[in-house]
Design a protein around this ligand. Structure first.
Ligand code: HEM
Length: 541
């Protein structure tokens, strides 16, 4: 349903763009070419395609996903390309050197996000972590809280039982489905993994007891769709016509925002009354606290650089859920897709997992911690190289004029780092299009664990610099637990004897690069989950 709506919007939008292009050509308005790379007054602008009047270079992005179209432009014009998307001057960088200049050399100047009209509504006017101005005490305090409280290694560890329980429940449901059919179960892996990650994130964020969970998830899904950008009101913020034509997106953003806000307020109210019943002590044990418990405690205690109003609490919860669930589900689904497409890699990953967990009937995190599964970790990294869930990381905005690779970039320009294109570039990754986890495997013939904490600019799944993702440790723990559980308990193959090499790997349009079609695989139980050991026969090695 949502995919259909998105498609309808894109078709409508494409038609509108074509109309605008037609009008522009008919009027034959003269425009200044920026392809030469020289702007007025001897400014050395980055090269790029010639913009049309009104729409700028939007037509250059038509017919392909934005990160694909941007890679094609980089191949033609170079690693730093200037575009005008509607009214918005935009630079796209597509090499590690250029990314280093954005994320390290000019980090302080390029660390704000452009606050599009829809993002402004959905982020409570930039009061959340992802859209707050980077120099502000508010953002600094929220980032500090992420590091020390909300997403700290200790907090991530404290969510271990939630990860284990939810992964076990996924395994149980697949095993039960397999038991009820005479042949291996056909499993919609995409749907199951999305539910798993939604449930894990929801429990970590607001606890078990959220009666409005499904409604909240649906509203957040809609919010993510709107946040994908490329709405008329975002591209033409100064145009009254675009304002009128794009009023629907604005209305939808306000409506979703109100819905999310109402639900979170009710959840907060529920938490607050439970805390009151516990004499204000939350759960009583800091390690049992969910993220909302922590935020409410900090709100009560005060003494922060910023005031945690209810709006700020809602905005931070929005961040945690919206940023955390989609990225981890998308990565897990792509990892399973690549493994299904590359059976020898699947076999090697499964052998490692089954050797380490031999004799167990359920996956406990304590058994897989540390470097016990180096090949599986290499599989996750290789997945993130080929399928970074945020292919253009998140947009940055240039506060002052800067120079990138010798090109002048004016203040106010939106900057995209095409992490997807960099990860697939033969110049830095031999056999770039192939799924070869060995390149990340310190024990194999690869170069070992490439740093993915933003220090190696060939590999930027979590972005870099001061705005780098604060949730990577949390995300990786969720992804690893899901993959280990799926690989340990089941053998997987494509249904109907389909050729693995033919598996559809197309991406859908959106803020994240998810699969276009659901991943559907055949699951044959290999190790029975604990609760079902005596219920039906499983294959044991
Ligand atoms: C594999 C999992 C994940 C990936 C690949 C990922 C990727 C990213 C990327 C590329 C950015 C933009 C960074 C930049 O502009 O340089 C980002 C920002 C962010 N991520 Fe993640 N993320 C993941 C998981 C999570 C999780 C689990 C959470 C929280 C529960 C989270 C919370 C955030 C937040 C709050 C920001 C905004 C940071 C800021 O603007 O200061 N992420 N993430």
């Amino acid at each position: 349903m949502m995919a259909e709506t998105t498609l309808a919007v894109s078709v409508w939008y494409t038609l509108l763009l074509c109309l605008l292009a037609g009008v522009a050509v008919l009027l034959t308005l003269k425009t200044k070419s920026i392809a030469s790379g020289h702007g007025a007054g001897g400014v050395n602008l980055p090269p790029g395609p010639r913009p049309l009047p009104v729409m700028g270079n939007l037509h250059s992005l038509l017919g392909a996903l934005p990160h694909h179209a941007m890679r094609a432009l980089a191949r033609r014009y170079g690693d730093v390309v200037l575009l005008r998307l509607g009214h918005v001057p935009t630079v796209v960088v597509s090499s590690p050197e250029a990314a280093r200049e954005v994320l390290r050399t000019h980090d302080a100047v390029v660390s704000n996000r452009p606050l599009y009209v829809t993002a402004d509504i959905l982020s409570y006017g930039g009061q959340n972590i992802a859209f707050a101005p980077s120099g502000s005490p508010h953002w600094k305090e929220l980032r500090r809280l992420c590091a020390t409280e909300l997403l700290s290694p200790r907090r991530v560890l404290s969510f271990r039982p939630i990860r284990e329980e939810e992964a076990a429940s996924l395994v149980r449901s697949i095993a039960t489905a397999a038991a009820s059919s005479s042949s291996p179960a056909v499993v919609n892996v995409s749907e199951r993994v999305k539910v798993l990650m939604n449930d894990v994130l929801m429990r970590c964020a607001v606890g078990d007891r959220c009666p409005m969970r499904d409604e909240y998830i649906a509203a957040l899904d809609e919010a993510l769709r709107l946040l994908a950008g490329f709405n008329l009101v975002d591209l033409f913020p100064r145009s009254r016509l675009a304002g009128a034509l794009g009023a629907g997106a604005l209305r939808a953003a306000r409506e979703v925002h109100d819905r999310v806000h109402r639900i979170v307020q009710a959840i907060i109210h529920d938490h607050a009354s439970k805390a009151a019943n516990n004499d204000g002590e939350g759960s009583g044990d800091d390690d049992d606290d969910d993220i909302l418990d922590v935020l409410l405690r900090l709100q009560r205690d005060g003494g922060l650089e910023t005031v945690l109003t209810t709006e700020v609490v809602c905005a931070v919860l929005f961040d945690v859920f919206a940023a955390g669930s989609e990225t981890t589900a998308t990565t897990t689904i792509w990892a399973m897709s690549e493994l299904a497409k590359n059976p020898s890699v699947m076999q090697r990953a499964q052998s490692e997992v089954r050797r380490v967990l031999q004799g167990k009937t359920r996956v406990a995190e304590a058994d897989i911690q540390g470097r016990r599964l180096p090949y599986l970790q290499a599989v996750i990294r290789e997945t993130l190289r080929l399928h970074p869930p945020l292919p253009l990381i998140l947009p940055r905005s240039c506060a002052e004029p800067i120079t990138i690779m010798g090109h002048d970039v004016p203040a106010g320009t939106t900057v995209f780092v095409n992490a997807w294109a960099i990860g697939r570039d033969e110049r830095w990754w031999p056999d770039a299009g192939e799924f070869k986890p060995e390149r990340f495997d310190g024990d194999g013939d690869g170069e070992g664990m490439v740093d993915f904490s933003g220090g190696d600019f060939r590999f930027l799944p979590g972005g870099g610099g001061r705005r780098m993702c604060p949730g990577l440790t949390f995300g990786m723990a969720n992804i690893e637990m899901a993959l280990v559980s799926l690989l340990y308990h089941f053998d997987w193959e494509l249904p109907g004897g389909a050729d693995p090499g033919e598996l559809d790997m197309d991406e859908a349009y959106g803020i994240t690069a998810r699969r276009k079609t659901d991943l559907v695989l055949k699951a044959t139980p290999f190790v029975c989950p604990h609760e079902l050991v005596n219920s039906f026969p499983c294959t044991f090695s």
